[in-house]
Design a protein around this ligand. Structure first.
Ligand code: SF4
Ligand code: SF4
Length: 277
């Protein structure tokens, strides 16, 4: 079973839920696919035993063959290749590696070179949790390729928990593609609910079943419960706002690595998810 943990925005407790679920889910492998800002490793504290670079292709134009027809530039919707007066300019940082410009070039003037856009690290962490995470290099605009490689690595694993990027970007879509279930983590505040609605819409379009975990319950108001009830969305758990939890988070400690009482929240979420199978 593959479970993605999402949120409408950063800082809602997505990583707290992902890491503590992994700690409580027998034989789970945890994947931090929030590659622009991975932080699960701060809590999981893995001993990294493997590290691999992720590469992306970009076009290289042979000006001996190119007649500056402009087809590649017209095709590229990202404006990453631009035939100019005397040469073809390539903006490799914004190239999405779709391969289309090579196909449309009638002069066979385009080939590809590759460059590193980030890395994937793996190892075992606290309580021997198997863990991997991607890290996008500073200045890179898209981590989709790293996320797709992370997914490929765990495709045959039985229990996978994916800490997905926040929001509804291409990276978030890539991280949740093909999962069996999604958990949206949200705070019970008007902003939290508003951001969550976009994620609800995305999951609806992707036909992925999901439930909601309300983090910092007790803050804000009842809008999130009214919204979920109106849309028939199951609230899987309420994790209360607590100074003790906030302090543990601030020093990189997992809720469930200390007091046993916190495990119950996550065991409850797991039991509700597994009952839906
Ligand atoms: S499509 Fe090919 S020939 Fe035309 S401008 Fe681009 S690289 Fe040059
Ligand atoms: S590979 Fe795709 S994204 Fe990159 S320059 Fe060519 S058409 Fe544009």
């Amino acid at each position: 079973m593959k479970i993605a943990i999402l949120s409408g925005k950063g800082g809602t407790g997505k990583t707290t839920v992902a890491t503590n679920l992994a700690l409580n889910y027998k034989n789970a492998i945890l994947v931090d696919a929030d590659v622009e800002e991975p932080n699960s490793h701060i809590f999981i504290k893995p001993v990294v035993t493997n590290e691999k670079s992720v590469f992306k292709n970009y076009p290289v134009v042979d000006m001996e063959k190119c007649d500056l027809c402009g087809d590649c530039g017209r095709f590229c919707k990202y404006n990453a290749i631009l035939p100019a007066k005397n040469k073809v300019l390539v903006f490799k940082e914004i190239c999405h590696d779709c391969g289309g410009c090579e196909i449309v070039c009638k002069k066979n003037a385009i080939s590809y070179d590759e460059r590193e856009i980030g890395k994937i690290f793996s190892g075992n962490g606290i309580a021997d949790i198997r863990f991997l995470y991607g890290d996008l290099n500073v200045g890179e605009v898209s981590g989709v390729k790293i996320i797709s490689e992370l997914r490929e690595i765990v495709k045959d694993e039985e229990i996978v928990i994916i800490d997905a990027p926040p929001g509804t970007s291409c990276a978030a879509v890539e991280a949740v593609e093909g999962v069996d279930y999604a958990v949206i983590v949200s705070e019970p505040t008007p902003f939290g609910v508003s951001d969550m609605k976009m994620v609800v819409e995305m999951l609806g379009n992707m036909k992925i079943p999901f439930g909601v975990v309300v983090n910092k319950a007790g803050l804000g108001n009842d809008e999130i419960y009214e919204y979920c009830s109106g849309k028939n969305i199951e609230v899987l758990e309420n994790i209360p706002f607590s100074e003790e939890i906030a302090k543990m988070y601030a020093v990189g400690e997992m809720m469930c690595s200390g007091d046993e009482k916190y495990n119950l929240y996550f065991k409850n979420i797991i039991s509700k998810i597994t009952d839906m199978k």
